[in-house]
Design a protein around this ligand. Structure first.
Ligand code: NAP
Length: 247
């Protein structure tokens, strides 16, 4: 089964994990909405890459923390491809500090993007997903939401918050036949992880049974499965993809 003709909106998809998901879904025949906040050039490159591979894509600028910008993204999606079948809430940020040094602003910023952005996008695309044949909501959480991580009290709280949200929306969407799931990746090779000092990364890798970081393609392949018809009886789950970190 392919993703032919299914319309997928992926937030924060000009780079990193979101970009990997967008290109994977595009190559499988989906119509892809590439959302970006500030990476306009990279968003255009992502559209080109998908079109060169024979797929269809459109770029939509929107800061997910601003509801009216998310509304605009929905209009771009509808104009280009019609209603969305799949929404992937991927946009996320960190603002790491040991808790005693963490400001309320560090806390609010991380909540605003990771949880507030998910709220805005899910509400804006809810009717599309409800009405879609096999609609899908996929939220990109983190292993940190399960295990916690030194210096990431704000991020861990936001990523755990995604679990409860996803389970609840799964219940509410179920009557319409659509599903909602969370993906919880371990440390994945993107800009977010590039800022981690080499020594710390070595220690992290030493604690991963599969002895490597995830690549964006690893996460994208799982999202592809959840986005397709093959996953129609899975809902409300948090699916780990972390090289065995919690074994
Ligand atoms: P990244 O390389 O830092 O990229 C972050 C993406 O989020 C960018 O595309 C950025 O868009 C977008 N973004 C940030 N704030 C936004 C906003 N307000 N509105 C719209 N887009 C916004 O991060 P990543 O590593 O790919 O992470 C993607 C997701 O996976 C995040 O939710 C992260 O928490 C989660 N995750 C990452 C890892 C990891 O190890 N990398 C592990 C587990 C989970 P612009 O560039 O356009 O600003």
């Amino acid at each position: 089964m392919s993703m032919d003709g299914r319309t997928c909106v992926i937030t924060g998809s000009a780079r990193g994990i979101g970009r990997g998901i967008a290109e994977y879904l595009g190559e499988e025949g989906a119509n892809v909405v590439i959302n970006y906040r500030s990476s306009e050039g990279a968003a255009k490159e992502a559209v080109d890459a998908i079109e060169t591979a024979g797929g269809s894509a459109v770029a939509a600028q929107a800061d997910v923390t601003h509801r009216e910008q998310v509304e605009h993204m929905r209009e771009v999606c509808h104009e280009a491809f019609g209603p969305a079948d799949v929404l992937v809430n991927n946009a996320g940020i960190t603002a790491d500090k040991q808790f005693t040094e963490m400001s309320r602003e560090d806390w609010d910023r991380v909540m605003d993007v990771n949880l507030g952005g998910m709220f805005n996008c899910t509400q804006e695309f809810y009717d599309d997903i409800w009405e879609a044949e096999e609609g899908r909501l996929i939220n990109i959480s983190s292993v940190v939401g399960k295990q916690g991580n030194f210096g990431q009290a704000n991020y861990a709280a936001a990523k755990s918050g995604m679990f409860g949200f996803t389970r609840t929306i799964a219940l509410e969407l179920a009557q319409g036949g659509s599903t909602a799931n969370c993906v919880a990746p371990g440390f994945t090779r993107t800009d977010m992880v590039e800022s981690v000092p080499e020594k710390v990364l070595d220690r992290i890798i030493a604690g991963i049974p599969l002895e490597r970081l995830a690549e964006v393609e690893d996460v994208a392949a799982l999202v592809r499965f959840l986005a397709g018809e093959e996953s129609s009886y899975i809902t409300g789950e948090v699916i780990d993809i972390n090289g065995g970190m919690d074994l």
